[in-house]
Design a protein around this ligand. Structure first.
Ligand SMILES: Cc1cc2nc3c(=O)[nH]c(=O)nc-3n(C[C@H](O)[C@H](O)[C@H](O)COP(=O)(O)OP(=O)(O)OC[C@H]3O[C@@H](n4cnc5c(N)ncnc54)[C@H](O)[C@@H]3O)c2cc1C
Ligand code: FES
Length: 260
């Protein structure tokens, strides 16, 4: 069972740095003070990107440093919110909701940990790998030039030919690493996660959906989750408050649709 923070906070945060990265990505460090100590891998922040945007935008934590009171985000510029973010400089202030969602739970003792990331889904797995404190295999499917070097061994996959990368889907690369002792953590686009669910091993996935409130109040962010208590065997649950982390077996993948 994954755990959720006892309560949500809405602090003011200050940008420490905001680096443009290759492939239309960015890495931002935010000063959030003692709230950084509450951050766990799998948590996300719901970030106000600009006063002109009614809705905040959700971003997983790439890292957290309780000693310095900071959290890091890794983002891909895809629309208005992330364009505003990319323009921020050190000293910019914003508000956010944190720490949102249920974080990753521990793996079974002695399992071989396989981390499978797709695109910006690298962020929560980066944080997890940093906190695991044990060897793991980290695979990252990325279709652009490498946005950032990771501080641990990582194998890259791309459908396009890039020197040194596995050519194909990251899940095809993952299939080569699966053993009877494998336990998976994954985050990425829906089709990737559906392919992960077909790999066989148990594990956990961090789901993404468009969000509105970010705290379970509006049902904008649902995913089909198995529930033996219902006649259909599944029901919609809220990704922001019941997730974003679910066990692979909990998700009713046959009813799962990509984000609208
Ligand atoms: C729990 C969670 C964690 C996330 N973590 C990260 C992260 O660490 N780094 C990162 O870059 N992105 C992350 N995302 C996705 C990120 O929230 C969106 O890319 C962002 O909201 C886009 O805002 P925008 O205003 O720039 O784009 P918009 O103008 O809102 O949308 C631009 C395009 O992106 C698509 N899009 C928007 N939101 C999502 C979504 N949630 N899932 C899939 N497609 C979407 C839209 O359909 C549209 O095609 C996360 C999403 C969730 C739910
Ligand atoms: S975004 Fe409102 S319930 Fe999840």
């Amino acid at each position: 069972m994954t755990t959720m923070a006892d309560r949500l906070y809405r602090p003011q945060a200050e940008v420490v740095f905001n680096h443009a990265l290759p492939g239309g990505h960015g890495r931002m460090r935010l000063l959030v003070g003692e709230l950084a100590a509450l951050a766990r891998p799998g948590h996300f922040v719901h970030l106000q990107c600009d006063p002109s945007l009614t809705l905040p935008r959700p971003f997983s934590l790439l890292d957290a440093d309780p000693d310095n009171g900071t959290v890091d985000l890794f983002y891909r510029i895809v629309g208005r919110g992330t364009e505003f973010m990319a323009a921020w400089r050190a000293g910019e202030r914003t508000t956010l909701l944190m720490p949102v969602g249920r974080c990753f739970a521990s793996s079974p003792p002695g399992a071989d940990i396989l981390l499978i990331a797709g695109g910006a889904g690298m962020a929560p797995l980066h944080f997890l790998a940093r906190r695991l404190g044990m060897p793991c295999t980290f695979l990252w499917g990325i279709e652009t030039e490498l946005p950032m070097e990771l501080p641990f061994a990582c194998r890259l996959a791309s459908r396009a030919a890039f020197p040194g990368r596995f050519q194909g889907f990251v899940t095809e690369l993952a299939a080569r690493h699966v053993t009877p002792n494998t336990y998976i953590y994954a985050c990425g686009p829906h089709p990737m996660l559906q392919a992960v669910s077909r790999l066989g091993p148990s594990g956990q996935v961090s789901l993404e959906e468009r969000m509105a409130c970010g705290f379970g109040g509006c049902a904008a962010c649902v995913a089909p989750i198995r529930d033996p208590q219902t006649t259909s065997g599944w029901q919609y649950r809220k990704i922001c408050s019941d997730g974003p982390v679910f066990s692979i077996g909990e998700v009713a993948w046959e009813h799962d649709a990509p984000p609208h």
